[in-house]
Write a protein that binds this ligand. Structure first.
Ligand code: TNX
Length: 510
């Protein structure tokens, strides 16, 4: 039997506060102590006059009101209760400080993103039932003590492949909310591939209307209008998530080539494609029209993307010769810069000449050859940033084990421990740690059709990737992590997130 107050499943016993040491991702510093605060009918959410604090306060109220049934007014007047204030020094753009005691809980931060992340921590300190949309009994206790927290990396991402299967604006927003819960701050949208072009481009309308009209398996596909895309960007920004749009080039372009015959070297449009092969398509590198196309697409996409980055793909260009690949990247990267964005590419970009300030997204495996790893490391030494997405660690489309009903297995099975148990700081031999911008968990959607599919593959692996991106290496400990992870399960259940009950994690009984 567990000692009083300690639960082997990581869940706090009813009527006690969740320990501060249970938060995922692990905070930089936790000093538990003092009395808990109890949210009651008379609690107020007190904000300073800033827009960031007001928005974080309203966001917090939206989470708390349905389940507590309390009014929880957001006000600039008075003291105590749940306080959100900007103006703290030395916490960085995303850091925060949370202090709790019997008279209230105060979150302070230097910037609004920090307040928002602090609210996510507060949320995890409350019982999972706080996530329900009907009134629950409580009590609503927040442990006493102090957390001071800021992230290890600035790039903590997830990628969703909306090309192989299309996902609606509502489905993308749902995923954004799940990212925000674990302090992830980038959502990379893979907007084009052989099977579908998913973003309206006014100067080339058939890309979306024809190129977006199907998907893997032959369904009707879909695409985002510019208004849809802006809505995704706006919603993500309200959760401090930056959208990184990707147009994959010069390979993975069958949907574009099918939409405009003139883009093909032979002037003949191929049929739309609904299978799952890769590496068979290429833009026509010698043709001038190709660069008119690229310029139009990048200009229009950059104009609706407030974020800093534009991803140009560059992976698996097996139908493009090396010389043509290099020539293509030499010509296309300056277009991204011309429209004010920073190039991101899959790490094959390092086989060409990455533009100054470019970011390479590494998706190799432990078993990837030393030469390929060294090419990326050399680029990193030369100033190219690196985002780590090792396929046999963080590809969320890889099966957990042989029985996983969804997903692929070309990079092997990726169980929960494998996805968590590595160090981004030392992962790529020869890459200076200063070049590592962070981590990103891609979810390719050849086999992923519904939000339930997304969630089954992302949970429980995604929170581990979030922890690798946020928490310092000194907090890394599988035995401790798996207990904290298990404690998340009741929150997922309250949120309607179906997850894989991975072995070796002490999940609460159902
Ligand atoms: C490789 S990873 C791809 C994608 C596939 C994925 C499936 C990468 C940059 N390219 O085209 O969807 O494998 O796991």
């Amino acid at each position: 039997m567990a000692a009083a107050g300690i639960s082997l499943t990581g869940a706090a016993p009813a009527g006690t506060a969740t320990p501060m040491s249970r938060v995922v991702p692990a905070p930089a510093s936790v000093q538990p102590g003092g009395s808990p605060y109890r949210i009651t009918d008379s609690t107020r959410i007190r904000v300073d006059g800033s827009r960031g604090a007001r928005e974080a306060g309203e966001y917090l109220a939206d989470i708390l009101r349905p389940s507590t049934g309390y009014r929880l007014p957001v006000t600039t007047r008075g003291d105590g209760g749940l306080q959100l204030r900007l103006g703290a020094k030395g916490l960085g753009a995303e850091g925060y400080r949370l202090t709790g005691g019997s008279s209230g809980v105060t979150i302070t931060a230097s910037g609004p993103a920090g307040l928002f992340h602090g609210v996510q921590t507060l949320r995890q300190l409350l019982p999972p039932a706080v996530e329900m949309d009907s009134v629950q009994p409580g009590p609503w206790l927040v442990a006493g003590g102090r957390i001071e927290d800021s992230p290890r990396y600035g790039w903590r991402g997830a990628m969703l492949d909306v090309s192989r299967h299309f996902f609606t604006v509502g489905q993308v927003k749902r995923y954004v909310d799940q990212l925000a819960l674990y302090k992830l701050n980038k959502l990379h949208l893979h907007l084009s591939d052989d099977q579908g072009w998913r973003i309206a481009i006014d100067s080339w309308p058939r890309l979306a209307t024809y190129g977006g009209s199907t998907q893997v398996g032959g369904g009707t596909g879909g695409f985002y209008t510019k208004a849809d895309y802006r809505e995704i960007v706006r919603y993500a920004a309200s959760r401090y998530v930056e959208i990184v749009p990707e147009i994959d080039m010069p390979g993975h372009t069958n949907a574009a080539l099918a939409s405009y015959a003139d883009l093909n070297c032979d002037g003949v449009a191929p049929p739309l494609y609904t299978g799952t092969d890769v590496g068979f398509s290429s833009l026509c590198v010698p043709k001038d029209l190709t660069y008119d196309f690229v310029d139009d697409v990048i200009r229009e996409l950059a104009a609706i993307t407030p974020g800093r980055y534009l991803h140009i793909g560059g992976d698996e260009a097996h139908s493009t010769s090396h010389e043509e690949y290099v020539a293509f990247m030499d010509r296309v990267q300056p277009v991204v810069a011309k429209y004010g964005k920073t190039v991101v590419g899959w790490h094959q970009l390092t086989a060409a000449t990455p533009a100054k300030g470019a970011v390479a997204q590494y998706w190799g495996l432990d078993s990837t050859g030393a030469e390929e790893k060294e090419r990326v490391a050399a680029a990193a030494r030369g100033g190219t940033g690196v985002v780590l997405s090792p396929a046999d660690r963080v590809y969320l489309d890889m099966k957990y084990d042989r029985d996983t009903p969804l997903g692929l297995d070309w990079a092997g099975y990726v169980d929960v421990r494998r996805s968590y148990d590595w160090d981004p700081g030392t992962y790529l031999p020869g890459a200076p740690s200063s070049a590592i911008r962070g981590v990103e968990a891609p979810l390719w959607s050849e086999t992923i059709v519904t939000s339930a599919d997304i969630e089954y593959m992302a949970f429980p692996r995604l929170p581990g990737v979030a922890e690798l991106g946020w928490s310092s290496a000194s907090t890394h400990d599988w035995e401790d992590y798996r207990v904290r992870l298990a404690a998340q399960a009741e929150r997922w259940e309250a949120l309607g997130i179906g997850y894989f009950r991975a072995p070796h994690v002490p999940w609460p009984a159902r």
